[in-house]
Unconditional design. Sequence first.
Length: 208
Amino acid sequence: MSPLIIHYPDLMPYEETWRAMQAFTEQRTSETSDQIWVLQHFPTYTLGLATKPEHILKTNDIPIVQTDRGGQVTYHGLGQLIVYILMDLSRKGWMVKPLVSALEESVILFLNNLGIEAQRKLKAPGIYIQEKKIASLGLKIKKGCSYHGLSLNVDLDLSPFEAINPCGYAGLEMTSLKKEGIELNINEVSQQFLPILLEQLGYSNESF
């Protein structure tokens, strides 16, 4: 068994991908390899289990999907790198906190490599550049296994975030690599970010 399989399904509808993650997690066994899915989504608002109605400020033609992940409302769209982590945490002896920490640290290290100082915020998962949010996290743990993951804003239209309180915070400004002056496309970001992420998650070079 390979400890890890990486898939690159490219541009995918949100709900189809979410249902596939659920099915994979439900069917996996203690022998199933972990998987990481690297992709983009068509424009979609997604609601976490903690989402309150007042955080949706106005509706538009972008679909809204209620999900089973943690957290609040967010937006996914073209130009945003999505990385889903389908990991057997019990096999690694991890709880959810080390996974969240590893995901956040991987984004911080990646941004540091680009000359951008980024940080966490207490009780507000995700990664921030000063007061602007560039990466969001949302996870579901079932049968000791994770799914969902993180989103990193690369070069996307940020205006759909104006219709919501991103992650439940009124007035939270979102940013992207492009807005911060970094001219990298999704593929370039993926190639640079994935090795950092895999190291933080504890996968060796022989794992994939």
